[in-house]
Write a protein that binds this ligand. Structure first.
Ligand code: GLN
Length: 486
């Protein structure tokens, strides 16, 4: 039992911990043993916190023994290495922050800590969350636990792979243009990006502030609902965070989709899409119909412009956010005779190629004379994309699409062609531009056995509908999760 404990869902573990059939230490040890066994092949973690995790588990055990057990007490999690963790190195997968140890916790980390969650370590990602494959990490790529020659997706590839490989029971990621949903789809797990502003971002290293959002990875939709409830809610330290009350998401999971109107955007079944992906998504839609939902074709006519708008807005905001890494306040400093050279050398040595590309693109888009033509125009397109969704949601309760046009690609396959890499986000980025909640969950496998992800998109603050529909699908047994190869 205990060696397999890492395979438990959070809901199962909660039950066993509370009934004292399993101790928090046994559970944490099972995860740490699993991590030791598979990490040499996966590289899902940048930092592993053996000692701290066991200490947290002992504390959790005491609380459980006293009957003081909040939802995540004793639950071992992986944390994307973009969250500030007090006393634990936080690199953002960049050389520039290689030795940065934050003196404080991100708000969500503090909340989980207060609940008694156990932090197993910091998960790998694309440097500064820029990428779709985790190949842009300064600490080497994460491999897909379903096929070690393939990418885990990105930018939260380490978090997704860690959950898929049962190194942890759940994980935290961030999603600016698809970074939770695409790796969840590639690794065959559940990942939800909540509505923009649903979760505090205080203490999360900023990439593109008008798009970034925090969210969980899990083995089941129910677990994602449990995690999200602990993460969401107002934060005085983040003025962009909503004060709307947080529903009990788990309670919304009643298995019912009867009468649910599902919108299917015609623009999301594009040429060049892997036929098995389209097949699996269409089969899932039929499955929903058999459970009593209805489907209706909707149109999101500005979809074609989403990638261009996103890569202008995200890079513009990134170029401003990344100005702070100047060799003075944080991280790497390469000494020089004068200040300009110090900046130049520190940033030149500290940032990887993709980050430099984004900073250059963003600086160009914001520069005098180009601002109106690029950044301002992109903002206008963003408004049109948001309006498309508003119009679609007048006719449906939920939108269902593929998460990515293909299953996980091979390591190295898209590294020399940034545009091809950017196109992996074609179905996810509009959701960020519109600020909506989106969830990926497994809906099948391709002929090579690689997982295919379904994407459920809700209206703003429609997380309950998204989770309820995802859970109903999962519970109906439409897809069974297959074991990984590690
Ligand atoms: N792949 C997208 C990008 O590179 C999205 C990344 C993300 O969501 N952080 O910007």
């Amino acid at each position: 039992m205990t060696t397999d404990a890492c395979k438990l869902t959070i809901a199962q573990a909660q039950h066993l911990l509370r009934s004292r059939e399993l101790s928090a230490t046994e559970l944490t040890r099972a995860c740490l043993d699993r991590i030791s066994a598979v990490e040499p092949r996966l590289n899902a973690f940048i930092t592993i916190c053996h000692e701290q995790a066991l200490a947290q588990a002992r504390d959790a055990e005491r609380r459980l023994a006293q009957g003081d057990a909040p939802a995540l007490c004793g639950i071992p999690l992986a944390i994307k290495d973009i969250y500030a963790t007090r006393g634990v190195r936080t690199t953002c997968a960049s050389k520039i922050l290689e030795n940065f140890v934050p003196p404080y916790d991100a708000t969500v980390i503090a909340r989980l800590r207060a609940e008694g969650a156990v932090f197993l370590g910091k998960a790998n990602l694309d440097e500064f969350a820029m990428g779709s494959s985790t190949e842009n990490s300064a600490f080497g790529p994460t491999r897909n636990p379903c096929d070690l020659q393939r990418v885990a997706g990105g930018s939260s590839g380490g978090s997704a792979a860690a959950v898929a490989a049962d190194e942890c029971l759940g994980a935290l990621g961030t999603d600016t243009g698809g970074s939770i949903r695409e790796p969840a789809a590639f690794c065959g797990v559940v990942g939800i990006k909540p509505t923009y502003s649903r979760v505090s971002r205080f203490g999360i290293i900023a990439y593109a502030s008008s798009l970034d959002q925090v969210g969980p990875f899990a083995k089941t939709v129910r677990d994602a609902a449990i995690l999200l409830r602990s993460l969401a809610g107002a934060d005085p330290a983040d003025s962009t965070c909503s004060t709307r009350p947080v529903p009990d998401y788990e309670r919304a999971l009643n298995g019912e989709v009867k009468g649910l109107r599902i919108g299917v955007p015609k623009e999301y079944f594009v040429e060049g899409m892997q036929p098995e992906v389209e097949g699996a998504v269409r089969a899932a839609l039929r499955h929903y119909e058999s459970m009593g939902a209805t489907t209706v074709e909707v149109s999101l006519p500005h979809t074609d412009y989403a990638i261009a708008a996103y890569y202008l807005i995200a890079t513009a905001e990134a170029s401003a956010n990344l100005e702070r890494y100047d060799g003075i306040r944080y991280g790497l400093r390469v000494e020089a005779d004068n200040l300009t050279d110090l900046y130049r050398r520190s940033r030149g040595r500290g940032f990887g190629a993709e980050v430099k590309r984004r900073i250059m693109l963003g600086t160009f888009a914001l520069s005098t004379g180009y601002y109106d033509a690029y950044y301002l125009k992109a903002q206008k397109v963003r408004t049109l994309i948001k309006r498309d969704f508003d119009q679609a949601f007048a006719r449906c309760d939920l939108i269902v699409t593929p998460t990515a046009p293909t299953t996980a690609f091979r390591l190295g396959e898209k590294m020399s062609d940034p545009l091809q890499m950017y196109l992996s986000d074609i179905f996810t980025i509009s959701v960020n531009l519109a600020g909506l909640p989106g969830m990926a969950l497994p809906c099948g496998y391709d002929r090579q056995g690689m997982p295919i992800g379904l994407q459920l998109i809700g209206p703003a603050f429609g997380e309950e509908t998204v989770l309820r529909a995802g859970d109903a699908y999962e519970r109906s047994g439409a897809v069974t999760r297959r074991p990984t190869v590690v």
